[in-house]
Ligand binder design. Structure first.
Ligand code: ME8
Length: 519
């Protein structure tokens, strides 16, 4: 295994202070598609997700519910694990920050920062948003008409004054700017990069790194009155997931991460604090951090506190998993905000999946079953239309790689579905049903070409819709070990003469249940 062949990818770790919501599901689905893409493309992938269990927000929720905070974390982290299973996420690990291995990683990183001379004791006095677990300067806050003081992301802030350890973040301003300059790919998309560059240019203050007014967290080494600021602990999960501090661990060579996928609200923590901690600890920096947008339910912002959270389990139950995965990955340009609604989801399911891809596969495969005895027909001398469509599909992989290198899942799917549309046009124009009598050999060639296109489309769709793609590849008799991206293009052509199983529809139309139709 060479260095180049490893790919380490992470999601943010979620606060388990409530049930998982669509925002969590969206991030996990997208990151899973990226992880699966790299696996299909021959990489050895390590993909982790998890839960962020410390901090004041967890503590407040537990108090409100009248339970122990560890009990709250235990109860809800199970739901996040269940969500990962329900979404068919292919994560290799699930890090819970209350685990002993994570405590060990955090103690080690703290000691490294201390040894570098970057930690000192002082006292903090300023504003704090519990909902974001973030410190704000007074100038970043304002008192609104309701008499409440809010931070820049519209969450209430409270006054905090206590003894605290600080990290010399101010000392890293120039090195961070230099890093952004030398590695323009470090932060994506470009809007987020620009925000971070101007934030860092405006001047960095040292960061309060510990709290003393509660004890739910990871104790500071050699000073048990302090628990680490939850973001120090949370960010370190990316190291825990590769076995840190045991640099002899088999997973350690995956560091540095190739990609941290996060939401746009937590860009500052990942693109400013995290690289500064790593620089101080003498560890290499992640190669890229990509901030996706927020999902809104018909334009309404969703959050646990706003109360209009839509349950991802219910969404999968209603529409099916792969249609939901497809919808989120195709509908919203990854990196931008997006909204979803019942109508938009049903529109995509019925138009793209059932009508376009589903019909293409079903029509060509049932004609092979009916007219060719279920045997992949021979491919005669190709004509111009055959050559044009095959060369278009054979050119797919570089387009997919380019889109996915920029985390543009929507663009990757747009390229795939543009081919689906081309293939439908080809099929309609060739009229294989009419050739059945006039030129059965030519009919065989047209069916061969169409099935070959479906094969490549199914291989390309695996990262996005794993189960449906596998079902299509089963119908085409493609062996499990012949489904990698190395089989895209000419090298992997369907074998004429091989016998196919009886075709069945893979992408059913969404039909409104009576109760919804009548309401
Ligand atoms: O931020 N649409 O946890 P979290 C899209 N524990 N993404 C959304 C979203 C929405 N409506 N709501 C939240 C935390 N997210 C920290 C992370 S990482 C070391 C620590 C995204 O449960 C959000 O942007 O509030 C974040 O990436 C993830 O869900 C977890 O959010």
């Amino acid at each position: 295994m060479t260095d180049d062949n490893r790919f380490y990818i992470t999601t943010a770790i979620s606060y388990p202070n409530g049930n998982p919501h669509i925002g969590h599901a969206y991030e996990l689905i997208a990151t899973d598609a990226m992880a699966r893409f790299q696996r299909c493309d021959g990489k050895t992938v390590h993909f982790i997700t998890g839960t962020d269990e410390h901090g004041q927000k967890m503590l407040q929720t537990a108090r409100r519910e009248g339970i122990e905070v560890q009990a709250l974390a235990d109860r809800n982290s199970v739901k996040f694990k269940e969500m990962a299973e329900t979404l068919n996420a292919s994560n290799d690990d699930f890090v819970r920050t209350s685990e002993a291995r994570h405590h060990a990683a955090c103690r080690e990183i703290w000691q490294r920062l201390e040894a570098a001379g970057d930690i000192y004791k002082d006292s903090y006095a300023g504003w704090y948003s519990v909902r974001e677990e973030a410190y704000y300067q007074e100038s970043e806050t304002e008192v609104r008409g309701d008499g409440v003081r809010y931070g820049p992301q519209n969450t209430p802030v409270e006054w905090v004054e206590e003894e605290s350890y600080f990290f010399r973040l101010s000392a890293y301003q120039d090195r961070l700017l230099e890093h952004y300059e030398e590695h323009p790919e470090f932060i994506g998309p470009p809007e987020r990069r620009n925000e971070i560059v101007s934030f860092v240019k405006s001047g960095l203050r040292d960061l309060s790194m510990s709290r003393t007014t509660f004890d739910w967290g990871i104790k500071v080494p050699n000073d048990e009155r302090h628990v680490m600021y939850v973001w120090v602990d949370a960010l370190t999960n990316y190291l825990t997931g590769v076995g840190y501090p045991d640099e002899g661990d088999a997973r350690w060579p995956f560091w540095p991460a190739d990609l941290h996928v996060i939401g746009k609200d937590i860009t500052r923590f990942h693109c400013v604090y995290w690289p500064a901690f790593l620089m101080s600890a003498g560890l290499p920096l992640p190669k890229r951090i990509f901030s996706h947008g927020f999902l809104f339910n018909r334009g309404e912002k969703m959050s646990k506190s706003v109360g209009n959270v839509v349950d991802p389990f219910a969404l999968v139950e209603t529409y099916g998993l792969d249609p939901v995965r497809y919808f989120f990955l195709r509908e919203v340009p990854f990196g931008q905000d997006g909204s979803y609604s019942h109508d938009a989801i049903v529109g995509r399911i019925n138009a793209d999946l059932a009508n376009d891809l589903g019909n293409l596969a079903q029509r060509s495969l049932s004609m092979i079953a009916k007219n060719c005895g279920g045997i992949v027909p021979a491919f005669g001398e190709p004509d111009e239309a055959d050559r044009a469509i095959l060369s278009a599909v054979d050119a797919l992989l570089p387009q997919l790689r380019e889109a996915m290198a920029a985390q543009a899942t929507h663009a990757a799917l747009a390229s795939i579905f543009a081919l689906v549309a081309d293939a439908n046009r080809y099929f309609a124009a060739q009229e294989p049903w009419a050739l059945k009598k006039s030129d059965p050999e030519r009919m065989g060639s047209v069916l061969y070409v169409t099935a070959e296109i479906v094969r490549q489309i199914a291989i390309a769709c695996q990262p996005f819709m794993p189960s449906s793609s596998a079902a299509l590849l089963d119908l085409l008799g493609v062996a499990e070990d012949a489904r990698g991206f190395d089989r895209l293009g000419e090298g992997g052509r369907l074998a004429s003469g091989s016998e196919l199983p009886a075709p069945k529809p893979v992408f059913p139309r969404y039909v409104e249940p009576e109760s919804i139709k009548d309401s």
